[in-house]
Design a protein around this ligand. Structure first.
Ligand code: EPZ
Length: 422
């Protein structure tokens, strides 16, 4: 397993282009199951989870042609409706195939994705929603079996709002008979991106981006070959802005819409950063040590849970005490113990980390346990004294394209040690 070696102390400055959003690309790839016609997707991030997804889709008969961030994808006909455990167990987003498979082919068998290091990650909302749409669903031998001649429109209410739950049920409802209303739908921008892509393909969806999405089922999507450019990854962008801030540098990220990071910019501004936004970029300049600030995560439009670990690293070096409260996942503070090994002064009580900023962190060998927690350790290493070796970097490679190259473009000193025995 590869390791990243980060030599701390460099001030990051410069500009980087943000890749396409992993969490928008994944459901859009899955939506190709809904129709026999090809889609050409640009700005698809070349990351581990996308590779796993098109490997999974190929099991159902989907064909893909990959050409440097352009993906041509088509499912002319369904060859299979059972997802293999060995792929599903490595990527929770695999559960997204349930809705489209049963909407197009009438049946789907998907192993329960199981939990991961950040939480138990239940899928009851996906299952309850499919039942509401008239599917027969039962769990047998660790798999979810779903059957329906044709799904029927329904009124669905989500509690809590689930991103992939909303996406799964929206895709299922697109070909259902009648109208479906999803209340307390997730408002993350990636959900709206999927909806707008489906509308381009002939689906009838309204209200996406709000808490109530209405889908009027159609017999079939249109037969046009659909082109689409995946939106920029707001979480990747936020990660690099926080990396710039912790090194008291000056970083600009070029992505699609700066307002996707309004909540992060508010927090960074409160921590003392100078923020400037143009139509497609955000610049963060930090001239002094960050000031402490309290952060509470929540579903969009609250502070994104996917930026909480990275923010915790920045606040480890802030002046004062910060409270970081994680309300979305029950175990998304695992990076804290590794930060403490680097000299951070953090205590955890339930889902809240009390971070008493120290004036230095020291480099150390640390281990990534999940995607965003891994980037939190890299960010801490950028500002730590000496060298930080982050192991199990495959977690980070699932969602970040060429992370060491992008950081080094900004003046960091990061290199990858490949573990050839892996
Ligand atoms: C999506 O996961 C993202 N993944 C996650 O990004 C992100 O952290 C999360 O949304 C929250 O924004 C993708 O889009 C592929 P949820 P998802 O269902 O959909 C509870 C990353 O780092 N819940 O919105 O799995 C759940 O326990 C990843 O890129 C149920 O109770 O998250 C959690 O408390 C990590 N029952 C809350 O909802 C369900 O059936 C939100 O989870 C489903 C979820």
């Amino acid at each position: 397993m590869d390791r990243l070696i980060v030599k701390g102390g460099q001030q990051l400055s410069g500009e980087i282009k943000i890749s396409g959003a992993k969490n928008a690309a994944l459901p859009i790839l899955v939506s190709s199951l809904l129709s026999p016609h090809a889609c050409i997707l640009d700005n698809v991030p070349d990351v581990g989870d996308v590779k796993t997804m098109y490997q999974l889709l190929s099991v159902f008969g989907t064909t893909t042609t990959w050409d440097s961030n352009r993906l041509q994808i088509k499912t002319e006909s369904l060859k299979n409706n059972e997802a293999p455990y060995e792929l599903v167990s490595t990527m929770r987003a695999s559960v997204l195939v349930l809705g489209p498979l049963v909407a197009r082919g009438g049946e789907a068998i998907v192993p329960l994705p199981g939990g991961c290091s950040i939480g138990s990650r239940p899928v009851n909302l996906h299952i309850d929603g499919l039942r509401a749409l008239g599917a027969e669903v039962h769990i047998q031998h660790g798999s979810i079996h779903v059957k329906a001649k044709r799904l029927k429109g329904a009124q669905i209410s989500m509690q809590p709002s689930s991103v992939t739950g909303t996406e799964n049920l929206m895709m299922a409802a697109v070909l259902a008979k009648g109208v479906t209303v999803i209340d307390n739908a997730a408002r993350e921008p990636e959900v709206a991106e999927l909806a707008s892509f489906l509308v381009k393909r002939g689906a009838r969806i309204q209200g996406y981006g709000t808490a109530t999405i209405t889908i009027e089922g159609v017999e079939a999507l249109n037969d046009r070959e659909q082109h689409h450019r995946i939106m920029g990854d707001r979480i990747e962008a936020g990660t690099y802005l926080i990396a710039g801030a912790i090194t008291q540098g000056d970083v600009t990220v070029h992505l699609t819409s700066p307002e996707l990071l309004d909540n992060l910019c508010t927090i960074l501004h409160a921590a003392g950063a100078k923020i400037s936004k143009k139509n497609e970029s955000i610049r963060v300049k930090m001239n002094q040590r960050a000031s402490s600030v309290n952060v509470t995560t929540g579903p969009c439009p609250k502070f994104p849970t996917d930026l909480q670990p990275q923010m915790s690293s920045l606040l480890s070096l802030a002046n004062g005490v910060s409270l970081v409260t994680e309300t979305v996942f029950e175990n998304r503070l695992t990076h804290i113990s590794e930060l403490c090994r680097m000299g951070a002064n953090i205590t955890i009580k339930g889902n809240q980390a009390k971070i008493t900023g120290t004036d230095k962190l020291s480099g150390a060998p640390v281990m990534a346990s999940d995607l965003r927690g891994g980037t939190a350790l890299i960010i801490a290493g950028l500002a730590a004294e000496g060298e930080t070796a982050i192991s199990r970097v495959y977690h980070v490679d699932r969602g970040y394209e060429c992370i060491e190259d992008k950081l080094n473009t900004l003046g960091a000193n990061v290199h990858r040690v490949k573990d050839n025995n892996a």
